[in-house]
Design a protein around this ligand. Structure first.
Ligand SMILES: Cc1cc2nc3c(=O)[nH]c(=O)nc-3n(C[C@H](O)[C@H](O)[C@H](O)COP(=O)(O)OP(=O)(O)OC[C@H]3O[C@@H](n4cnc5c(N)ncnc54)[C@H](O)[C@@H]3O)c2cc1C
Length: 117
């Protein structure tokens, strides 16, 4: 992401804790992992990765409006974050998309991640 992020969620706690423990005993490994976070809201759930900042440009892809879909967060044509709303097993693909330099336009992103689940 070319910046530091503070992420107070489970995936980061697990992976950063493990890395910190290894480094305490001398591994000397950098931490570049991009964690995801999740939550469930009654019948709905989401997984999110990267920067979900409402100041960024957003591209929405809702096969079922507000029930199931993907929101892409962009800055200067680059995907900075992905919200997977009731869409599962796509966190790895979202991370790969964030790693791509782009540039992306809205038309490139609609349908980019499968809406499984
Ligand atoms: C209500 C709630 C809901 C959440 N929901 C989600 C969610 O849906 N998805 C998600 O990704 N994350 C969620 N989180 C966040 C996630 O639980 C935390 O980010 C994660 O547990 C942080 O892990 P940690 O190991 O860094 O800290 P903690 O889990 O807080 O562990 C710190 C431990 O250190 C112990 N401790 C503190 N001080 C000392 C001391 N001086 N000596 C010895 N031990 C000490 C504490 O007792 C505690 O056991 C939620 C958190 C809360 C509170």
């Amino acid at each position: 992401m070319d910046k530091r992020l503070r992420i107070e969620h489970e995936d980061n706690a697990n992976t950063m804790g493990r890395r910190a423990g290894r480094n305490v005993v001398g591994a000397n490994e950098p931490y570049h992992y991009l964690p995801y976070f999740y939550s469930d809201l009654f019948d709905l759930g989401y997984e999110a990765v990267g920067e979900l900042d409402s100041r960024l440009e957003t591209v929405t892809d809702w096969p079922e409006p507000y029930q199931k879909g993907v929101v892409y967060y962009l800055q200067d044509g680059r995907v900075r974050g992905v919200l997977l709303w009731s869409v599962w097993d796509q966190v790895g693909a979202a991370r790969e998309l964030i790693a791509e330099k782009g540039p992306f336009k809205a038309g490139d992103l609609k349908g980019r991640l499968p809406k499984t689940g």
